[in-house]
Design a protein around this ligand. Sequence first.
Ligand code: FAD
Length: 471
Amino acid sequence: MTLIADLTEVLGPAHVLTGTDRAGHIGDWTGKYTADPVAVVRPANTAEVAACLRIVASHGVAVVPISGRTGLVGGAMTRGGLMISVERMNKIREIRPEARIAVVEAGVILDRLHAAAEAEGLYFPLWFGARGSAMIGGVLSTNAGGSNVLRYGSTRALCLGLEVVLADGQVLNLMSELHKDNSGYDLRNLFIGAEGTLGIITAAVMKLVPRPKAYATATLAARSLPDALVLLNRLREATGGAVEAFEYMPESYMRRLAEARPDIRQPFTPRQAVNILVEIGATAPRDAVPNAAGEVPVTLLLQEVLAEMMEEGAVLDAEIAQSEGQRRAMWERRELAAEITFARTPAIDTDVALPVDKVDAFLRRMAARLPLLDPGAEDLCVAHLGDGNVHYTVFPTLDDAGLYDRVVEAVEDEVQALRGSFSAEHGVGLSKRASMARRKDPVALAVMRSVKAALDPDNRMNPGKIIPDLT
Ligand SMILES: Cc1cc2nc3c(=O)[nH]c(=O)nc-3n(C[C@H](O)[C@H](O)[C@H](O)COP(=O)(O)OP(=O)(O)OC[C@H]3O[C@@H](n4cnc5c(N)ncnc54)[C@H](O)[C@@H]3O)c2cc1C
């Protein structure tokens, strides 16, 4: 029998998409890549995923797992392979508030988990612009970060257990609900961030946290990035570590935002060089419940620290959200970053991690270096400053592959010199394969090859991603 006939027998014709029926699954959010899979299949459960993988193995075809397809590095791409979408595996199987866990299937959209946790008075603290489309399988496979990493860590820190279907169709049950389990190698963490190259994640046990009962949110102008870091550390100490987000938007970002969305109010006139969006989440009633005058203690605390730093000249101006509407408006400015970055072509987008106190040095070095590479180029930066993750984009004057490589290598040089990473939260996919070859420690790459060979000896799971020389 043919591959398609075998798959159809297991899944039914409605869930084996070929030809034009694949259209809704083959593009990617950045518009840079288009997949051409032999088919897109939509299994309903783990057993069907396992059956698909066994069929694929017998036909010697490659497999690319897909979830919400919001990835920004071309990870969910194939030419001629089979795409396995987990979109129908979308049950929230269980929420246990006392244990602070949610047992979910891989196709659950992030926002649905947010709503389900909220209904229990809890919070699932993975938060970023694509939360309305990204799914649990995808966020685990990219170890997604977002705005709250400062307080809660990346997806890896939020996961207790996993179920994974391996290349040969075996189901690996790691659905632990335990916070401690030192029984051998940490297999769970091997699959998190593996971008579908080692197996297909079908379900997970995720941690929930207390839901902040009040937020204190402000947009402020700092005198410099080092001053902004002083503010961050003071707020962390004053709040006992309750700063949830600390986002940096330089003047150039605010200018582009004004051009793209003139309807959105700018925080400061004239525009300021260092704009920070800060948010503190208060879970304890003593910080969250308004006093007799209607003032929320956590907001008063933020006001106090900002006033102190204004007195010192380190904070130049600030506005504090007085309502949920104002808070949402502040976040809208920040969350338009991906749209603004990818709206213009040609663009050279990067996603780098630096020690938090080296972000300023990195940006200064690039400001000096970029004009030497392309005198007319413009840059755009936005950063999760609280965890050192900088999205640095260059708009070159020419759409030229050589120039593209020179700019990326310059970014990598500076990042490496400052002991950072060329890949912070989006993953490697297709777009950072060359960087893996150039910058990853050769011994680490050799270990990765061994792991890959042990779990996927025929190189069928999302080939060509992560490990640069395996196509
Ligand atoms: C507007 C916007 C804002 C964003 N902001 C952020 C941000 O702040 N922080 C951040 O980290 N990312 C951000 N991203 C990137 C993106 O949302 C994340 O990478 C997300 O984790 C991808 O999830 P997904 O469900 O869309 O996965 P997909 O794009 O479908 O897949 C991503 C990768 O995971 C693999 N994969 C998918 N499902 C599975 C599975 N079940 N098992 C094994 N492998 C699988 C795919 O093969 C692919 O390699 C943003 C994207 C957009 C469009």
